[in-house]
Design a protein around this ligand. Structure first.
Ligand code: BES
Ligand code: ZN
Length: 552
């Protein structure tokens, strides 16, 4: 039983797109993609409805007539309704994107590592593919795709697909539209193993390859748990620091923030996470964003399992314990409806569902099932789940039905439909030390910093800084946490670093709490406004709208 997707205007039950062929030219001068999307239809009714946002539709099937573009909704964009002649099996849409496309960021050379060439990247999840491709933009409508991308020399285009030859791509596995991705820049490749490698700007390449050297081992660990990796290559692309997320699981090519390159591999669980999506998310996806936990909960659980194989149980339990603590903190702030795994997103942008609930409450549910049924049986069940639903998009109801086949009588309703954590939720215990030592891992430092009492004075901050040099930390997670404390304490010696950090880094997870803390005082608000004036032009549209809302 397909669940209706409230975040798409498309009509897949009447006319369904199954393959997309893109032929696009990239103009950095105009900040536009221009070209055509040829959509192959599996079933064709009278009309085909596509999602678009801020697209300029030039012609459909060679004609400027026979289609209508509906009014623009702030979250959903505009439906493109195309009259289908009887018997047609494909449609050609000629179009160009807007410089403000919500799913694209156009970077000036100054925003890149090399400072010589512009850069472009897409971020389609959750509903931004429609801002650069006219498509049925629902995770329940899977497509294969091929593309020809024209870029100015000497730049390199990359996509979430197999490279057929330079500029030509093909993804033969059907995926949800949010997984179609494009990046263009001065990029070079370094192999990590036969099937894994790193793409980055030349000056970042060696560092990145060292940081991510364990990638092949991670793929092997995941394969031994959940079966063969089905996407051919697994490569990583290091983006400029304005990338709004930590990572994005684009098929064949994970997009990653450079802020995970810490020099000591301490933040590479991000790779384990995005890799895990090759099973939970890219192979088996939520059919609507209501069931986002199926993607992120499974992925967070699998991330921990991969981490356990590579770095040991101590490290994986430590990260699980930290996350559980953060979840419990967040649950205190969230309204009850948003504490459920199955969430009601009507009238909202699905990006608002991105709390810790789908990630950590979802992972705790799977951990609970593992503990109850035993690791061996539960691992076999997860593997059969991926085989059963491979290349499909499913709902929580289908998850439950399949769970009950193997574990009759299992009831997870409270997890899915009640706020908070059910009484049977596992408690992840970890003994954190309370006296800092130079032997501490990044995660132990973060835990210790977050556990510092509220209301630290600037003098106390200064003492900690003299001892541990936090203001100059090269680790982005530690720096962001320290800067947050500096704002709260009014610790002036860190203000320079704060401004530099906020102007350079556009990762929403770091930027958002810093601006939220700044605006709490009138002096802070003035500084926030001054910093934002410099920082905003460099931020991604997603980060811009987050910070705009804070400063409004
Ligand atoms: N797919 C998500 C990123 C995402 C989610 C983008 C929803 C847009 C809408 C990705 O896999 C993710 O979860 N990234 C995390 C890092 C991870 C280690 C928890 C992030 O970017 O913070
Ligand atoms: Zn994820």
């Amino acid at each position: 039983m397909p669940v209706h997707d409230i975040h798409s205007y498309s009509n897949p039950l009447e006319s369904r797109v199954t393959h997309v062929e893109l032929d696009l030219a990239v103009s950095f001068r105009e900040k536009k993609l221009r070209g055509a999307a040829t959509l192959a239809l599996e079933t064709a009714g009278r009309t085909l409805v596509l999602d678009t946002r801020d697209l300029n539709i030039l012609r459909v099937n060679g004609s400027a007539a026979g289609f209508t573009l509906g009014p623009r909704d702030q979250f959903l964009g505009s439906p493109l309704t195309i009259q289908l002649p009887r018997g047609v099996r494909s449609v050609v849409v000629e179009y160009e994107t807007s410089p403000q496309a919500s799913g694209l960021q156009w970077l000036d050379p100054a925003q890149t590592a090399g400072k010589q060439h512009p850069f472009l990247f897409s971020q389609s999840q959750a509903i931004h593919a429609r801002s650069w491709i006219p498509i049925q933009d629902s995770p329940g409508v899977r497509v294969t795709y091929s593309a020809r991308i024209n870029v100015p020399v000497p730049l390199t285009p990359l996509m979430s697909a197999r490279i057929v030859r330079p500029g030509h791509f093909h993804l033969p596995q059907p995926v949800s539209p949010y997984l179609i991705a494009l990046a263009v820049g001065d990029l070079q490749f370094k192999a990590l193993s036969k099937r894994c490698g790193v793409w980055a700007e030349p000056s970042m390449l060696d560092q990145a390859a060292r940081e991510f050297e364990d990638t092949e081992k991670m793929v092997q660990a995941a394969e031994s748990l959940y079966g063969a990796y089905r996407w051919g290559r697994y490569d990583l692309l290091v983006l400029p620091p304005s990338f709004p997320f930590g990572g994005m699981e684009n098929p064949c090519l994970t997009f990653a923030t450079p802020t995970v390159i810490a020099g000591d591999k301490s933040l590479v669980s991000l790779v384990a996470h995005e890799l895990a999506h090759s099973w939970s998310g890219n192979l088996v996806t939520n059919s609507t964003w209501r069931d986002f936990w199926l993607n992120e909960g499974f992925t967070t659980y699998i991330e921990r399992r991969i981490q356990e194989v590579l770095y040991g149980r101590r490290r994986s339990e430590m990260e699980f314990a930290i996350e559980s603590g953060e979840l419990e903190g967040e649950l205190k702030e969230l309204k009850p409806a948003d504490q459920k795994l199955v969430i009601d997103l009507s009238g909202r942008d699905p990006d608002d569902g991105m709390t810790m609930v789908p990630y950590v409450k979802g992972a705790l549910l799977l951990r609970r099932l593992e503990e109850k049924h035993g690791r061996e049986r539960f691992d076999a069940w997860i593997r059969s789940y991926f085989d059963q639903f491979a290349y499909q998009s499913i709902s929580s109801e289908e998850f439950v039905a399949f769970l009950r086949k193997s574990f009759p009588g299992e009831n997870v309703d409270a997890w899915l439909h009640q706020p908070g954590l059910p009484p049977d939720a596992p408690r992840i215990r970890f003994d954190f030390g309370s006296t800092p030592t130079h032997a501490w891992s990044t995660q132990e430092w973060l835990h210790w910093l977050r556990a510092q009492p509220a209301g630290l004075s600037a003098a106390q901050m200064s003492e900690m800084d003299q001892q541990w040099d936090f203001t100059r930390s090269g680790n982005s997670e530690i720096a962001a946490q320290w800067l947050l404390m500096a704002v709260r304490a009014g610790y002036r010696p860190a203000y320079g670093r704060l401004e530099q950090f906020l102007v350079e880094v556009g990762r929403r997870k770091f930027v958002k709490p810093l601006f939220e803390a700044l605006v709490k005082t009138s002096e802070g608000r003035a500084r926030a406004e001054a910093i934002y004036k410099k920082a905003r032009p460099g931020y991604h549209p997603i980060t811009q709208s987050t910070v705009d809302a804070i400063l409004r």
